[in-house]
Write a protein that binds this ligand. Structure first.
Ligand SMILES: CC(C)(COP(=O)(O)OP(=O)(O)OC[C@H]1O[C@@H](n2cnc3c(N)ncnc32)[C@H](O)[C@@H]1OP(=O)(O)O)[C@@H](O)C(=O)NCCC(=O)NCCS
Length: 176
């Protein structure tokens, strides 16, 4: 039976942290430059409850999460992970569709995600979902709006010894 996708619920935070930490242990800095604790996932950000998603298997076990919030009219994804035993089964896409519907209902105009430059698999995942790399002036404007110190080089941002990319997808209904 395919997992069930539900709205974010604080009671799953310890399970979210475990799943997140398992990927960080496997991928290291290619996943993120930072370990995320319960405090990160409990942070009360605008639109977070509306947009974030959890996936539960038939026994009620957490097998995926999609953590996001709203910045101006952009649905920004913070962190996504699927339990390794469910990898490549369509679960990431299933959570995305639910997240996208929520972002549309919340009046968002587009969706963004920041990925480490080394996370090729995730980049291909987001490409399959219709996201595209930002570059040039658009990327410079995005970084400036975050107030972060990163320097843009074509399609990547260099910040304090690490490199990351930003991918964006419009929420226009005309896009696949
Ligand atoms: C990235 C991740 C969330 C994808 O979840 P998933 O459930 O495995 O993805 P799906 O099965 O829904 O894949 C949808 C499409 O994305 C693409 N895709 C997904 N994983 C891919 C990979 N490893 N390599 C290439 N393409 C990939 C494919 O086009 C796939 O469609 P297909 O299987 O029909 O070819 C999952 O691999 C994961 O948890 N990775 C570790 C954490 C991470 O890097 N998160 C993203 C950064 S926050």
């Amino acid at each position: 039976m395919p997992p069930k996708v539900i709205s974010f619920n604080d009671s799953y935070v310890p399970d979210i942290v475990r799943l997140d930490a398992a990927w960080r242990a496997e991928m290291g800095d290619a996943f993120s430059h930072q370990d995320w604790t319960e405090d990160h996932f409990r942070l009360d950000l605008p639109g977070k409850q509306k947009l974030s998603r959890l996936a539960l298997d038939e026994n009620g076990r957490l097998v995926g999460f999609w953590s996001a919030s709203i910045r101006r009219r952009t649905a920004h994804t913070h962190r996504v992970a699927v339990d390794p035993s469910w990898r490549r089964s369509g679960l990431g896409r299933l959570m995305f569709e639910s997240f996208r519907e929520a972002a549309l209902s919340a009046g968002c105009e587009d969706m963004t995600i920041s990925l480490t430059f080394a996370n090729d698999a995730a980049r291909r995942f987001y490409e399959a979902l219709g996201y595209r790399l930002m570059f040039g002036v658009d990327l410079e404007k995005f970084v400036a709006a975050t107030g972060r110190p990163g320097r843009v080089e074509h399609d990547r941002v260099l910040e304090e010894g690490r490199a990351y990319v930003i991918m964006r997808r419009s929420l226009g209904r005309e896009e696949p």
